[in-house]
Design a protein around this ligand. Structure first.
Ligand code: DC
Length: 229
């Protein structure tokens, strides 16, 4: 049996994946890895380096870049970019950057390695389908677009940024479309994933629902690794 207990959380932008994964990880002593943060970190670096974002060849700079997600912080070459990756500029460009097979190949490899031999909850778009196809539990989170736009608006307000709901909604629709229609590992629900629609659920409800599913798994109780505990 694969060492370590693995949970895959996938879903569209604003479905609550990261917030909820973080909470589940804390309560059940799992390591949380946010793979969206890795795609954002590469997007940030690409913008910093002023490469041609449309040219797949120009992402070769990734050979000299080390990406690491640790304790809810994201690093590139030991530089903490956790806040920098949340800018609008990064958000607007990350779907394009993450559509290139070359970029995905490198990050998927890093993600598979990071999940090896540990108890992990990993969130993204292709975790249950590509990164951890043998995960012990796969969850697909969804929510109505309007609700996801409202959540984004609230997040932004907390950062002191005002944006009207209609423009947030169209940004989310555009990103969903790009993420689910790209050729290379698009956002799709794995056949064996449990689908949870969080539109009418609080963060707490969804967290508890996922914890319930994890506690049903015999392997969780018989874990062999100590990582994250
Ligand atoms: O979860 P997020 O919004 O931070 O993700 C940012 C982008 O990264 C998202 O628009 C699509 C991409 N992504 C991906 O292609 N595959 C993943 N496993 C995670 C994110």
């Amino acid at each position: 049996m694969m060492p370590g207990f693995k949970v895959a959380i996938d879903g569209p932008a604003g479905s609550g994946k990261s917030t909820i994964s973080k909470r589940v990880a804390k309560q059940l002593n799992l390591t949380h890895i946010d793979t969206g943060a890795m795609y954002r970190a590469i997007t940030y670096m690409a913008l910093e380096k002023k490469i041609n974002l449309d040219d797949e060849e120009s992402y070769k700079f990734m050979e000299d870049v080390k990406v690491r997600y640790e304790k809810e912080r994201i690093y590139v070459n030991d530089l903490d970019v956790t806040s920098l990756i949340r800018s609008d500029l990064v958000t607007r460009n990350v779907s394009k950057v993450s559509s290139f097979p070359y970029v995905r190949k490198i990050l998927v490899h890093i993600q598979k390695q990071a999940a090896e031999n540990i108890d992990v909850i990993m969130d993204g778009r292709d975790i249950g389908t590509v990164v951890l196809p043998n995960a012990d539990l796969k969850i697909f989170l969804t929510a109505a677009v309007k609700e996801r736009a409202k959540r984004r608006q609230k997040d932004k307000e907390e950062l002191g940024i005002k944006q009207d709901i209609d423009s947030l909604e169209s940004e989310i629709i555009e990103r969903d479309l790009k993420d689910s229609t790209r050729k290379e590992s698009p956002l799709v629900c794995a056949d064996d994933a449990i689908v949870i629609d969080t539109t009418h659920y609080t963060i707490e409800d969804t967290t508890n629902r996922i914890i319930e599913e994890i506690l049903k798994k015999e392997k969780y109780h018989g874990r062999t690794t100590n990582e994250g505990r």
